[in-house]
Ligand binder design. Structure first.
Ligand code: SF4
Length: 217
């Protein structure tokens, strides 16, 4: 699976109007370019910051690195955001809530996994309560490795995401970002998009996570 290709469409009302007009295809292309220019220069981030990587995210947003200067700001509501930045460890109990917040974000939308914990679970990957990489339940578009990644690396990740969106909107094929693999750092657990991932794994993961903390009797 290369990025969220089936979900990367703009649902602007002007599209349906232009489709009715003879020769409206030219206008459609122009509007599409305009929307692509707009979205790539105004990526609003939903910071899913849970631990130390969140501090680097905050540093990126503050005056020294000044995220705003590239049109990118952080918002507190998922309904206003284009990009979820997962920065920190995600526990199994937290994962369904993260997924729910992701579901509340409007299309088109993207995910950045920031830091080793979000990418693979890192030090905590073998603990029963830790998700061994958020790409087990989210369609990650860009990985920003590091422990923690510094602000420049996050800015570079955003730049890579912007390039990917622009290329996809031009109709170019964009390969899925390869998940960083270091010896012993990733558990052999199928990620979203892996050919050996069972289709019902999402449902099983969600059911198991929702059952945590519930005891019979
Ligand atoms: S990758 Fe490192 S800095 Fe980031 S949350 Fe994990 S332990 Fe903290």
């Amino acid at each position: 699976m290369a990025m969220n290709e089936d979900k990367e469409r703009f649902e602007h009302p002007v599209y349906s109007v232009l489709e009715q007009v003879p020769g409206g295809g030219v206008g459609l292309t122009t509007v599409d370019r305009l929307l692509t220019w707009g979205v790539t220069n105004a990526l609003w981030l939903f910071p899913m910051a849970t631990s130390c990587c969140g501090i680097e995210f905050m540093a990126t947003a503050c005056s020294r690195f000044d995220l705003d200067r590239i049109g990118t700001i952080a918002r507190g509501s998922p309904r206003q955001c284009d990009v979820m930045v997962v920065a920190g460890t995600i526990t199994v109990k937290m994962a369904p809530r993260v997924k729910r917040l992701w579901d509340e974000m409007p299309e088109p939308k993207w995910v950045i996994a920031m830091g080793s914990c979000a990418i693979s679970g890192d030090f905590y990957r073998d603990i029963y309560s830790v998700v061994p990489g958020v790409d087990t339940f989210l369609p990650v578009d860009v990985y920003v490795p590091g422990c923690p990644p510094n602000p420049e690396q996050l800015l570079m990740g955003l730049h890579r995401l912007k390039e990917k969106i622009e290329r996809r909107r031009r109709g170019e094929w964009v390969e899925r970002d390869p998940a960083p693999v270091a010896a012993g750092l990733r558990v052999p657990f199928p990620r979203i998009g892996d050919p050996d991932r069972e289709p019902d794994m999402d449902a099983e993961q969600l059911a198991a996570a929702m059952a945590i903390g519930k005891h019979n009797g």
